[in-house]
Write a protein that binds this ligand. Sequence first.
Ligand SMILES: Nc1ncnc2c1ncn2[C@@H]1O[C@H](COP(=O)(O)OP(=O)(O)OP(=O)(O)O)[C@@H](O)[C@H]1O
Length: 606
Amino acid sequence: MFPQRLDAPQAYAIAQALMHGFNLHYRMFSAEAARAKHRFESMDWQGQQRAQRERIAFYDLQVRACIQRLEEEFEASQQSMAVWQQVKLHYIGLMVDHLQPELAETFFNSVTTKILHRTHFHNDFIFVRAAVSTEYLENTEPGAIPTYRAYYPGSREHLEDTLQTLFEQLQLACPFEDLARDVHLLADRMRHKLASLTLRPNFQIQVLSSLFYRNKGAYLVGKIITGYTELPLAIPILHGSRGQLILHAALFGEDDLHALFSFARAYFMVHMDVPSAYVSFLHRLMPRKPPTEIYNALGLAKQGKTLFYRDFLHHLRHSSDQLRIAPGIKGLVMLVFDLPSFPYVFKLIKDRIASSKEITRSQVKDKYQLVKRHDRGGRMADTLEYSLVAFPRSRFSSELLAELQAHAPEQIEISDRDGDGQEEVIISHLYIERRLVPLNLFLMECLAEADTKPERRAAMEKAIVEYGNAIKDLVATNIFPGDMLWKNFGVTRGGKVVFYDYDEIEYLTDCNFRDVPLPRNEEEEMSGDIWYPVGPRDVFPETFGPFLLGHPAVRDIFMRHHADLLEADFWRSHQNRIRDGQMLDVFPYERSHFLHAGETGLATQT
Ligand SMILES: Nc1ncnc2c1ncn2[C@@H]1O[C@H](COP(=O)(O)OP(=O)(O)OP(=O)(O)O)[C@@H](O)[C@H]1O
């Protein structure tokens, strides 16, 4: 029932305290993004990575601080539901003209769902759906930076002048090595892309005003428009070998941007007054990427989670298929299920983990946390972590329900908790991750037809090369995957291979890569067992082969491209590099996009 009058005296003050809590949070978030520019300029890459990691914890800290304040000042949990309903209405009032209303709503939900009882988690009290529109939101204060800027080159020949102005207006404190040279190379690439298009009167380049910072790079993101064509565009800016700036590559088109904004990479730091305007600009560039994933990529993971859950509930209402055990080899640690019509998997840690795994539940959680905070280098799938997720009981296949009851009885509750006559399966802790095609299944499908269909053989070769590349990219970011079996990797829509089994992951520098010792006598030589002592962190790369390379066709391709992975020296040399403080470059784009043909090196050390 909608209250006719807002007459509870404490409701307005509670709403204000909530809004104050959110504003404080967003100020901290923005300040960190502003500092990212300085860290980039001063090549403080370790600092940039540290800040990327630490920022993830900001939100929960601020939510906890706000709950504490509400309890201390207003005895929040003692307030009646009539008061809480008015709190929400006042809060809506406070969001008029607010520049981040969607985030403010999510913050309200995060706080109030920790105070109110579950039965009140509906639109009267929390924001189950958004109440405030973000369309056409702009910061109109004098001196405010617009979300994006438009540049009008007029003709193909004048691209250089326009680009020169555009990069100068970024006002980076560090000089370019040779901006005129780079702008010319970039303009040439653009002319090539525009060759088949007629330039219409609306020909322009639009770029988001803030740069996107991550690891060692800053990325300019925008699009070229002519007529009805909109060509997405991203330009990575890096430090050259002399420490000055260079335009490193030119990325064009939706697929290139997908690779840059991949769920398998760390989140960007971007200074945004109006994040929803950034999200809608980016969504236009990448219509296949749902806003939930764009918010995640911008470091606004809570908003990503909120939108994901809304999308999922909406999808459930408009589909009828059954949740099932995910295809592939079942895990010893994780129980994984999916809904065929929905492109994500749901993973929970089993109540009892097979003893062969020597890992506890909390260690598994730590490993997933490690991945969340680490630079995923395009090779480890991001996970969203949820607690108390309810699914309709009627949507479970009987095998899946039996599996849950057998392996996770302590984590599921089957009840009608909302009292609406519909039974739900409530799972206490869950990870949600993009669904990929497990690499073992992918290879099996290819192998079945490799002799008769050359395209299948080519796909198999590409996947095996990609698998090795994935491991090498992980190594570059100081990650040893632990369990390198094919089944622990998946293939993305774009054909990239990504790792998703984290329970045996270690920092590369924590492992001890050893050569298999030579047998000292005949008895040792003939022994079928491991006769030499093995420490807990010891790894013997020579022994990977028998597990991975049973099939001759697979072995042949692997050995041609990645034989070095079977040598302890390969792993040790990377350990040494990392210990020396050198960060290897893992580019989120192919070499073919580089603007310089190798003559311009990059800075490697701070
Ligand atoms: N993101 C994903 N997309 C598609 N399938 C997945 C995904 N994650 C997991 N799976 C499926 O679930 C299975 C088990 O997942 P996972 O490897 O994470 O569990 P685990 O218990 O850690 O495995 P292991 O026993 O190797 O340690 C995988 O082999 C795969 O078939």
